[in-house]
Design a protein around this ligand. Structure first.
Ligand SMILES: [Zn+2]
Length: 139
């Protein structure tokens, strides 16, 4: 999936996942893939996270449309620890590949979301039972 640099895709994904550790039961954000909107909706029930990605043909009008106005292009459910771990691992991979300066250069409008990643990792370590190796050396 190619996400446009006009939206802060990685930060939104990390932040949206972190939101599900509180009282909030769902989080939504979109990746602009001009002219399309790819709308991510994360819903949590018990300890699982359901991911649905809706595709809308025209980003110019679709932010006002309900989810039902889009086409479901992806749907999956994961245990929360697995999902959060995967999001953190993806963020770390991006950082290792590009480092912060490289990330900013590549994404132009958005710095690497250090604080959001740290928040999510703190929540993941505190609230999830995760047997996978967690890379604590990354910022
Ligand atoms: Zn983990």
């Amino acid at each position: 999936m190619i996400a446009s640099y006009c939206t802060d895709a990685l930060a939104d994904l990390v932040a949206g996942t972190g939101e599900l550790y509180g009282q909030q039961r769902s989080a939504r954000f979109f990746f602009g893939a001009e002219p399309q909107e790819l709308r991510w909706v994360l819903r949590t029930t018990d300890d699982a996270i359901n991911v649905t990605i809706y595709k809308f043909p025209d980003l110019a009008v679709s932010p006002d449309l309900p989810d039902s106005g889009g086409t479901v292009m992806w749907q999956s459910t994961h245990p929360r620890p697995t999902f959060a771990h995967a999001v953190l691992a993806a963020a770390h991979t991006v950082l290792k590949e590009h480092d912060e300066a490289g990330y900013l250069a590549k994404w132009a409008m958005h710095p690497y979301p250090v604080a959001l990643v740290q928040d999510l990792r703190r929540l993941h370590m505190r609230d999830d039972v995760c047997d996978l190796p967690n890379d604590l050396s990354c910022p």
